[in-house]
Design a protein around this ligand. Structure first.
Ligand SMILES: Nc1ncnc2c1ncn2[C@@H]1O[C@H](COP(=O)(O)OP(=O)(O)OP(=O)(O)O)[C@@H](O)[C@H]1O
Length: 280
């Protein structure tokens, strides 16, 4: 089956600065794919090329089967983009802005339903300049999904959200994914990538250096575990490739409960930081 996004050898420079240096990427239909990478790695440049907002210097790009530089209105209607900020509509209410945007699409969702899904029903009659930062981001999301896109681009969607709002937003993303929407997410929150994405790709210095499921990235699932426990002299830890055997041995040694026992493996953040550290 064709990929929703297919990129081969993508390159883009700004003067002497190489932003994207031969990047390859495949995003399957219906998956949530998270792009991770440090500041300046080339994520925004890549995503804006895929959205048809920037021209590339070289490489092949297909988004829903089309080259974004030749974007037709029909293609645009199938692609949802969550932009940051709706400053020009400050005097309109939330409901008015969402209805206005719904008018751009041939097959728009019901605006009231979209407002409800992003949790802004209480604010539907408020002017947008009175919204909090997190509420403005929810409105941005509403505008990105009102056209019922097949593919949704989300650039750092939960920056500024409180923890409860983030969980609600994650549920919205899961609902959209469950309904078959393909989602390309950029985020600096590793827990967000882990919670939402089937696969994550790490960009460093303009190239995709690894792609895998979050639980397997950097061979994380095979990494040694750290087993820690308390002894009369203080804490002790040991790295072990077979932590179950070590825990059994400790249980025998202590004759039952091992004081303060924890078994941990590297987190997604641990493997990610190691990966981009090696690349730097
Ligand atoms: N319009 C521009 N003109 C000149 N240089 C640019 C422009 N846009 C981006 N760059 C440069 O290209 C490189 C990649 O930037 P980009 O915004 O794609 O990174 P990013 O991975 O999205 O970073 P962040 O996580 O900080 O958003 C950086 O060195 C940046 O300074």
């Amino acid at each position: 089956m064709d990929s929703a996004i297919s990129v081969r050898g993508l390159r883009k420079s700004y003067g002497d600065t190489t932003a994207v240096a031969g990047l390859d990427l495949e995003v399957r239909h219906g998956e949530v794919f998270a792009l991770l990478g440090p500041n300046g790695a080339g994520k925004t440049t890549t995503v804006e090329i895929l959205e048809g907002f920037r021209k590339r210097d070289a490489g092949e790009v297909r988004v829903l089967g089309h080259d974004p530089t030749e974007a037709s209105p029909g293609w645009r209607a199938r692609v949802g983009i969550v932009l940051q900020g709706t400053g020009e509509f400050e005097e309109l209410t939330v409901a008015e802005v969402v209805r206005h945007f719904a008018g751009f699409y041939p097959n728009a969702a019901d605006p009231d339903d979209v407002i409800d899904r992003v949790g802004l029903t209480d604010k539907a009659k408020s002017r947008t300049h009175t919204l909090s930062g997190g509420q403005k981001r929810r409105l941005d999301v509403a505008l990105g999904i009102v056209g019922r896109p097949e593919l949704l681009f989300l650039d750092e969607p939960t920056t500024g959200f409180d923890p409860a709002a983030r969980r609600e937003f994650w549920q919205l993303i899961r609902d959209l994914a469950g309904a078959g929407t393909t989602i390309l997410l950029t985020t600096h929150y590793l827990d967000e990538a882990e919670a939402l994405a089937q696969r994550v790709g790490v960009i460093a210095a303009g190239q995709l250096i690894e792609v895998d499921e979050p639980s397997r990235l950097g061979d994380r699932s095979n990494a040694p575990a750290t087993v820690s426990w308390r002894t009369p002299d203080g804490w002790q830890s040991e790295q072990s490739a077979s932590p179950t055997a070590l825990v059994a041995e400790l249980a025998a040694r202590f004759g039952g409960e091992v004081p303060g026992l924890t078994v941990t493996r590297p987190t997604l953040e641990d493997v990610y930081l190691k990966m981009i550290g090696e690349k730097a």
